[in-house]
Write a protein that binds this ligand. Structure first.
Ligand code: NCD
Length: 321
């Protein structure tokens, strides 16, 4: 059984896109659509998670993911506590299990976890008391499911549906948890084609087995694409220098106006952030009319509200039984 679902098949933890049905992904998107207007109102919250306590448990630095989880929790009226783990107990030698027990003793309801090791969120989900939900906010190179879902919401809003779409993911696919989760989500939602584009050193082996077509030339990889997703060079995850230089990378793989003309005329350009201007993407594109990069950020709040409400909602129902 999928550890992410309760015995009724409802979302309990959100750790990965893998193994989740298309209907559940569509439910998350539909629910996010209902939450999106909350952020545009004068009073930007709903009382859905009043009295619930959410902990942002970040073992790795983050700006937009951490802050949009925080805003999502606040817009649902939950109490949220941000734990900066590097500056906290584990650096004093406390084990992860002891940290978790301590947080459980504070009667927390949800842990939002970011960790440098693949599998960390699932490890925590297996450890915590049964009333606690765990949301993966990015684990190593493995998965970043809420980022994938906010990207799916951004695509659906721009293109209405997924059928027939050609999506190109360009750059450092090898070190990208975002790319892995996106590939799974795009295939589950039934796009026509997922392409991964990059130099051999940055494309994982056997990525075709995940349902992708591999291209090593950006011009061919983005030709006719409806959606172009650019990825950051994740230098912090590279064991050794896999590339000559940022300048040469931009020459070979940077998204420029000239190259973007090869994609569909109404193609959208996405990037999970943080952006390296002039490395993977030209500023003119990042700030241009086809860029939906800032919409991704706003959509992230709505998607995170949806996931938190679904996971804690599951608990409420389970508790009532
Ligand atoms: C991504 C991440 O941390 O995996 N960023 C994010 O969540 N917005 C991608 C990246 O760091 O390049």
């Amino acid at each position: 059984m999928n550890i992410q679902l309760d015995k009724h098949g409802r979302l309990k933890h959100f750790l990965s896109i893998e193994g989740l049905r298309r209907e559940l992904l569509v439910d998350i998107l539909d629910s996010a659509e209902r939450f999106a207007p909350v952020g545009e109102r004068a009073v930007k919250n709903v009382p859905l998670l009043r009295g619930k306590t959410v902990v942002n448990l970040f073992f790795e630095p983050s700006t937009r993911t951490r802050s949009t989880f925080e805003l999502a929790a606040k817009r649902l009226s939950a109490d949220i506590m941000n734990l900066n783990i590097e500056a906290s107990a584990t650096s004093k030698g406390e084990s992860l299990s002891d940290t978790l027990r301590t947080l459980e003793a504070m009667n927390c309801d949800m842990f939002v976890v970011r960790h440098q090791n693949s599998g960390a969120a699932e490890f925590i989900a297996n450890q915590v008391a049964s009333h606690i939900s765990v949301i993966n906010a990015g684990d190593g190179r493995h998965a970043h499911p809420t980022q994938a879902m906010l990207d799916m919401l951004t695509i659906r809003r721009a293109k209405q549906n997924f059928e027939g779409l050609v999506v190109a993911i360009v750059g450092d696919v090898k070190h990208s948890r975002v790319a892995r989760s996106e590939i799974q989500a795009l295939n589950t939602l039934g796009v026509a084609e997922v392409r991964v584009v990059g130099p051999k050193t940055l494309i994982p082996s056997q990525v075709e087995a995940l349902g992708t077509k591999v291209f090593h030339q950006i011009e061919r990889g983005i030709a006719g694409a409806d959606v172009v997703i650019m990825l950051r060079l994740q230098n912090e995850r590279m064991q050794s220098a896999l590339l000559p230089s940022a300048h040469e990378y931009f020459q070979a793989y940077g998204l420029t106006e000239r190259r973007l003309k090869l994609a569909a005329s109404d193609a959208i350009v996405m990037h999970p952030g943080p952006i390296n201007r002039g490395v993977e993407i030209d500023s003119a594109i990042a700030d241009g009319p086809q860029s939906v990069i800032l919409q991704q950020v706003s959509n992230g709040i709505a998607v995170r509200m949806a996931v938190m409400a679904m996971a804690i909602g599951t608990q409420a129902i389970a508790g009532a039984n």
